[in-house]
Write a protein that binds this ligand. Structure first.
Ligand SMILES: C[S@@+](CC[C@H](N)C(=O)[O-])C[C@H]1O[C@@H](n2cnc3c(N)ncnc32)[C@H](O)[C@@H]1O
Length: 394
């Protein structure tokens, strides 16, 4: 086993929950500001990375040491042997980066000095190098990805843990081109039904747990969760009240199968989710993963009475479809779903929300209970998503 730090995406609690669901709580060593550190064996770094919507990169930890050793001279002593070991027989030019994670105050660490001494260490090994950090500041993961630092060199990470510093190298990074392809190259998109980012759909599939073999989305729209399910090796079934959406989903499934050579089965059908019966879903599904219906799109915050009306309609819908799927799914079939909430300001640090009232009680009436809840939003969104994980009560 070795220690690995997983750099968490923008919504850190949600991204950490995905990791815990997939890797196991018992493997979590600590969660700090930007990373979650796990003690694991990882046979295929990029293979694991590609399954995780919420992880920006995976860092293999070389060593850890007290905060006091974070001074540049001490860091040089610690980094030198690793670079010597990795690059002794290396030929050709190297692209490298220095990344710092979980430091509240960027001044705590002198990136310029680390870049300079790393370049000198590589020079002493007879290697020409170029660092990708701009203005001697911390790097963005997208810069590391675009400069192909992991293929052409090394991304050295210094991570401030809760009680010590972790030092290590990135072993994988999120493939942004691949996510872009899934999002923008699929044949059917529809801005009106809202567009669930593929990364979020992937996180939701993972929240259902690692042993899930088949998933069902009763509000499949253009099929984003179904596509991500297929790409993660699950059999997928989807339905929607709107025949046009079913045609779109079908087209997107076919495209996914061809573009990514997926092997699992997919099926879609038209149905109002409130009236689902066992005949509609003869196959066994291990989890329901759905963005669900979030109400009509809005361009400004509706008046309070309109918000209450939207919530009443959505509460009614959730009550009916959850009751229907409870009857026709196996005992431990979890539901991972989104519930609409209104964001009442665009303050990044002090967001204010209005949530669907008494959602937990509603869920219990249908035979489920809410076991986890995470907000997924952006400051400029008015209707935001609460991602909920439900388990059956009986
Ligand atoms: C937010 S969209 C889902 C978008 C989807 N996640 C995607 O990536 O395209 C909600 C979908 O729920 C469908 N819908 C609304 N009410 C429904 C109902 N009662 N039963 C089934 N589908 C319904 C709509 O037609 C719409 O396609």
């Amino acid at each position: 086993m070795s220690l690995y730090a997983f750099e968490l995406g923008r919504k850190k609690d949600l991204c950490c929950a995905e990791l815990v669901a997939i890797l196991g709580k018992d493997k979590l060593v600590e969660r700090n500001l930007d990373t979650a550190i796990f003690d694991l064996k990882i046979p295929n770094y990029q293979g694991l990375q590609d399954k995780l919507g919420g992880t920006v990169k995976i860092v293999k930890i070389w060593e850890d040491f007290p905060f006091a050793d974070c001074r540049s001279d001490k860091l040089e002593e610690r980094i030198r042997p690793h670079l010597e070991k990795i690059f002794t027989d290396h030929k050709g030019k190297i692209n490298f980066a220095v990344s710092t994670l979980s430091f509240n105050n960027p001044k705590e660490i002198n990136i310029k000095q680390i870049l300079n001494f790393s370049k000198l260490i590589l020079k002493s090994l007879g290697l020409n190098s170029r660092f990708v950090n701009k203005n001697f500041e911390n790097t963005k993961p997208s810069t590391i990805y675009k400069a192909r630092v992991l293929e052409k060199g090394i991304d050295i990470n210094i991570i401030k843990g809760k009680e010590k510093i972790f030092l290590g190298e990135s072993v994988s990074i999120q493939n942004i081109d691949n996510y872009g392809k899934r999002d923008y190259d699929k044949p059917w998109r529809d801005a009106r039904v809202g567009m669930l980012p593929p990364k979020v759909a992937q996180i939701m599939v993972n929240l259902a747990g690692p042993t899930t073999k088949s998933i069902y989305d009763p509000f499949c729209g253009t099929g984003t969760t179904l596509m991500e399910g297929l790409l993660m090796g699950k059999d997928v079934v989807g339905s929607d009240i709107d025949q046009r959406m079913i045609d779109y989903s079908e087209g997107n499934m076919k495209w996914t199968e061809q573009a990514f050579q997926t092997k699992n089965t997919s099926r879609v059908f038209t149905k109002d989710a409130r009236f689902l019966t066992k005949e509609d879903l003869p196959e066994r599904v291990d989890a329901i993963v759905t963005e669900g219906y979030l109400g009509e799109p809005v361009s400004r915050l509706p008046a309070p009475e309109i918000r209450q009306k939207v919530f009443r309609e959505l509460a009614n819908l959730h009550l009916n479809w959850l009751t229907a799927v409870h009857r026709i799914t196996p005992k431990n079939c979890k539901v991972v779903m989104c519930v609409a909430a209104f964001r009442k300001n665009n303050d990044t640090y002090r967001p204010e929300y209005e949530f669907l009232p008494r959602f937990n009680e509603l869920v219990e009436e249908t035979g489920y209970r809410v076991v986890a809840s995470y907000i997924y939003d952006r400051p400029d969104q008015i209707v935001v998503r609460e991602i909920k994980v439900l388990e059956k009560l009986n």
